[in-house]
Design a protein. Structure first.
Length: 141
């Protein structure tokens, strides 16, 4: 709240960053970076070695091909079903920088908007540029 010559005004600040559209490049990039950060932390916590099926359980919403592609981009050695870090891995600071709190908020907002549209009965949107408009319209009701 801010005082302006005897008046009090209450309002909402618009977000600085736009929410990801599901299916957009930024949306998929976030999922990739989040997966990478989580896998690196998981490897560090488990003595730099984990089974692929353990990672599959963590990322059940990703298919095996996509998950294997994400794992190949990390500095790891894949021996049959065992994944090992090549080196000591990335520093904790670099892992933290992969996914910022703002990115998490954008992702969670995108998921919320998508879920609200599904609740309202909108299952398929043909134009991605209208998702934000439809989400704002139907979420405010």
């Amino acid at each position: 709240m801010r005082e302006i010559q005897g008046l009090y005004i209450v309002g909402q600040i618009e977000p600085i960053e736009a929410v990801y559209d599901p299916g957009s490049r930024k949306y998929h990039q976030y999922i990739k970076e989040r997966s990478r950060a989580y896998i690196l932390r998981f490897l560090q916590e488990n003595n730099h070695e984990v089974l692929f099926r353990d990672i599959q359980k963590l990322f059940f919403y990703l298919n095996d091909q996509t998950l294997k592609k994400f794992i190949k981009e990390i500095d790891v050695v894949v021996d049959k079903d065992v994944i090992k870090l090549n080196t000591k891995g990335e520093s904790e600071e670099s892992i933290k920088n992969l996914v910022t709190p703002e990115m998490i908020c954008q992702y969670e907002s995108a998921i919320f908007g998508e879920q609200m549209l599904k609740i309202k009965g909108i299952q398929k949107i043909t134009k991605a540029d209208k998702i934000s408009y439809a989400s704002n319209k139907y979420c405010s009701e």
